[in-house]
Design a binder for this molecule. Structure first.
Ligand code: BES
Ligand code: MN
Ligand code: ZN
Length: 509
């Protein structure tokens, strides 16, 4: 999708489809409270063309509610689409992001390849112009993605041209910057989604490494992709214990962003779970829905997507990303329940922690344990990890809100601030000694499962054992990495969760 900017009056834009936003401005309560859809544009010709449908009561301006008017009188556009934000008093930048996605997803199945999206004309505290412009572009790009990449005849072709129509009196330079940012962020989120969408046979750990390297070369990041030998050399016994069961070699992917002249200050370590397929190993999963376990590398993909955006937006802080990629398979060489593994030591003269394997399906925490230790060894002062780690997180929070854990309130506060920009939904859950108690082992230092209750917290506490006192954030995205049912603004399939929040967290340093 190509993005253009226009500051011209929207009535004069010759386009296949002009999308404008509306909101419900009803303030009365009780039985008089009929919806009152109001256009967020003052353009008189658009107002006139929409007047009939707005007065009809058929259209309420609800969130992502659409109505289409063909051959609108007085407009150069062939079609006028009205997209709702819901109640104006509750509308945010995030409602605009979704509405933009809705407009694109309206156009796609109708064969409309070009559209203009009018931004709300009046910048307000709730809807600051630059943030709105950026979010609209993000939403449009996210809406343009469909997962049917292996269909010989793809159903919904992409929208080719998006015209962002800003008010004539908008700050031109600020709008242009915001739109350029939106393109970078939206494309980076879609990169993560395209990786997550790939099936296990098309995206092995080795291929994930190649895709990350390709991205790094395109954007000027430093990169290394290691495999078995390096895991042994670094004594990554936890990571290797997962990889050992597969015929596919693991990939230890390292991406480095080192802005010129930044030689001190924090080093941010991004660690992603990159299980390209999770069968469960010897503790094999039931076959129902097992095909979904191709998305068990969504945390790793989020880091690769975030690193792309970081490389292009160039914040003044050093960042290292580590993706631990492996396939979790049952085989004659696979690890067994009861096995004891030795994790990577934090320093060559220190012993690695020993882990009793209770369940080979709790493999994400094993690869992350060594990834976290490696990030610390490479000098990370602050850590963030992302992983489709537990089914328990969906039991706790459902399929729309992801879990976040942290050992440091100040670092968490930065993440919370990042959420206000990204619009992604995360909720903080507890760590603590009570959970550490659940993963004590009789034979070694810790075991890799803590039982059914509080499963997301005991998994997080497992990772905490390796992050130790380094300020650290853990994102459990298992419940939200895959959109189970299509929504008006996003296709069914990979969500790309994490990319935007991780990026904003990094930019806050
Ligand atoms: N990859 C799964 C978690 C998962 C479940 C992701 C559903 C996406 C959707 C993870 O490796 C896993 O199997 N976790 C186990 C841990 C248990 C054995 C302690 C789980 O949650 O059941
Ligand atoms: Mn598993
Ligand atoms: Zn897994």
């Amino acid at each position: 999708m190509r993005t253009e900017i226009s500051f011209a009056p929207i009535a004069g834009i010759a386009t296949e489809l002009l999308a404008v936003l509306a909101a419900d401005t009803q303030t009365a309560k009780g039985s008089d409270a009929k919806p009152q859809p109001t256009l967020l544009t003052a353009d008189a010709a658009v107002q006139a063309a929409a007047a009939g449908v707005l007065e009809s009561g058929e259209y309420k301006g609800g969130a992502n509610e659409t109505v289409l008017i063909h051959s609108p009188v007085g407009l150069k556009a062939k079609r006028l689409l009205i997209v709702g934000l819901g109640k104006l008093s509750k509308a945010t930048v995030h409602s605009v992001r979704d509405a933009a996605g809705t407009a694109v997803r309206f156009a796609k199945p109708r064969g409309i390849r070009e559209l203009a999206l009018a931004l709300p004309e009046n910048s307000s505290e709730r809807l600051p112009a630059a943030s709105v412009a950026r979010a609209a572009v993000e939403g449009a790009l996210v809406g343009d993605f469909d997962a049917d990449t292996y269909r010989t005849e793809r159903k919904d072709q992409s929208v080719q041209t998006l015209i962002i129509a800003a008010a004539a009196d908008a700050d031109h330079a600020a709008t242009e910057t915001a739109i350029a940012e939106g393109v970078i962020v939206g494309e980076s989120q879609n990169l993560a989604r395209s990786l997550v969408n790939e099936p296990g046979n098309k995206l092995t750990p080795t291929i994930l490494g190649q895709r990350a390297a390709m991205m790094a070369q395109e954007t000027g990041l430093g990169w290394e992709v290691h495999s078995t030998e390096k895991l042994h050399q670094l004594k990554m016994g936890a990571f290797w214990s997962v990889a050992q069961g597969s015929a596919e070699p693991p990939a230890l992917i390292v991406l480095r962003y080192e802005p010129e002249g930044v030689n001190e200050g924090p080093v941010l370590g991004l660690v992603g779970k990159g299980i390209t397929f999770d069968t469960g190993g010897i503790s094999i999963k039931p076959s129902d829905n097992m095909e979904k376990m191709k998305y068990d590398m969504a945390g790793g993909a989020a880091m690769i997507g975030a690193m792309r955006a970081i490389a292009l937006l160039k914040p003044r802080v050093r960042v290292i990303a580590i993706v631990c990629a492996a396939e979790n398979m049952p085989s004659g060489t696979a690890q067994k329940p009861g096995d004891v593994q030795t994790a990577m030591p934090i320093a060559p003269d220190k012993p690695g922690k020993t882990i009793e394997i209770i369940n080979t399906d709790a493999e994400g925490r094993l690869v992350l344990a060594d990834g976290i230790t490696y990030a610390r060894q490479l000098g990370a002062t602050h850590l963030i990890d992302a992983a489709t780690l537990t089914g328990a997180i969906s039991v706790a929070l459902g399929k729309t809100t992801a879990g976040v854990f942290s050992n440091d309130d100040a670092t968490y506060a930065k993440f919370e601030a990042a959420l206000a920009v990204s619009g992604e939904k995360f909720w903080r859950l507890p760590l603590g000694d009570e959970y550490a108690e659940l993963i004590k082992s009789d034979i070694g230092d810790i075991k890799n499962t803590g039982g059914r209750y509080g499963g997301a917290s005991s998994a997080a506490e497992f990772l905490h054992t390796f992050a130790e006192d380094t300020p650290w954030i853990h994102l459990d995205i298992a419940g939200v990495a895959w959109v189970e049912e299509s929504r008006p603004y996003i296709a069914k399939g990979p969500s790309g969760i994490g990319v935007r929040s991780i990026l904003e967290w990094v930019r806050s340093f």
